[in-house]
Design a protein around this ligand. Structure first.
Ligand code: NAD
Length: 243
């Protein structure tokens, strides 16, 4: 049995993780902590893994506390910077524990990025359409930016064919590393992305649809099972998917 604690347990993601952990035959939910609770050996109640879905402003401190209290960490909270990655690596080293930080726990999204990277060298054209609910405050999504980066690396600087000479309103989308990215905000949607690849006479479309928070749970559970076997800091769920 893997003993799991959840920090941010009263939040939308945290509550969903608590439920998912409770349903696993090889896991035991030993602590639900939220704002105002101290994170220490006693409150973590022997947790081998602590899952963190808090808020960007506190995540460095909550994850550090869990590591220092002797627990590996699986982190979904966003807002990490290269400096924070460096600092948390040192905390993990000092504690002798591992931390896995994944900007996206949805298996379909992670696989889409990997497939896009694989396809990129073989197509002339590549464009991304990301589609989200209208309450999302940033555009484009972090996943779209990461996907554009993966495609760009695969294309080795090859420009996307495009004869557009006039586009005063930016109808051709934003360009990330030369890859056009189009953001749709539509009532009724959750989190979706299409990657379009084109060659003369053929098209490849990759599509991921995350309909609700459940979509993240298989990825979070996988991370809980794998984090003990990693070393120090690992960024991205793909690292534990054997890709
Ligand atoms: P939320 O606001 O519903 O929940 C956050 C919870 O953290 C709240 O219950 C809050 O009380 C708690 N919290 C705040 N400060 C705390 C502290 N010091 N100690 C303990 N708990 C504290 O937010 P959410 O929708 O559940 O999202 C949480 C985070 O997860 C966000 O950063 C979000 O962007 C991210 N997220 C990541 C993924 C992924 O796949 N990586 C998926 C969805 C959301």
């Amino acid at each position: 049995m893997i003993k799991v604690a959840v920090v941010g347990a009263s939040g939308r993601m945290g509550a969903t993780v608590c439920e998912a952990v409770s349903q696993q035959e090889d896991m035991e939910l030993v602590a639900r902590l939220d704002s105002g609770d101290s994170i220490d050996e006693q409150s973590l109640a022997g947790a081998e893994v602590t899952v963190d879905f808090t808020v960007p402003a506190v995540a460095f401190d909550t994850v550090s506390a869990a590591l220092r209290a002797g627990s590996h960490s699986v982190v979904g909270t966003t807002g990490w910077t290269p400096e924070k990655y460096e600092q948390i690596t040192r905390v993990a080293e000092q504690a002798g524990k591992n931390v896995l930080i994944a900007p996206n726990f949805a298996l379909s999204a992670v696989l889409t990025m990997k497939f896009a990277e694989l396809a990129a060298p073989y197509f002339d054209s590549a464009e991304i359409i990301e589609m989200h609910h209208p309450n999302k405050v940033d555009a484009p999504s972090g996943t779209a930016i990461a996907t554009a980066g993966a495609i760009s690396a695969g294309r080795a600087g090859k420009p996307v064919p495009d004869a557009t000479e006039s586009d005063p309103e930016g109808a051709r989308g934003a360009k990330y590393e030369g890859v056009p990215v189009h953001a749709v905000r539509l009532r009724g949607l959750n989190a979706h992305q299409e990657v379009l690849f084109g060659n003369p006479g053929e098209q490849l479309v990759l599509r991921t649809d995350c309909f609700d928070r459940e979509s993240f749970m298989p990825g979070v559970m996988l991370a809980c099972r794998k984090v003990g076997g990693l070393a120090g800091l690992t960024i991205g769920l793909d690292k534990v998917m054997g890709l």
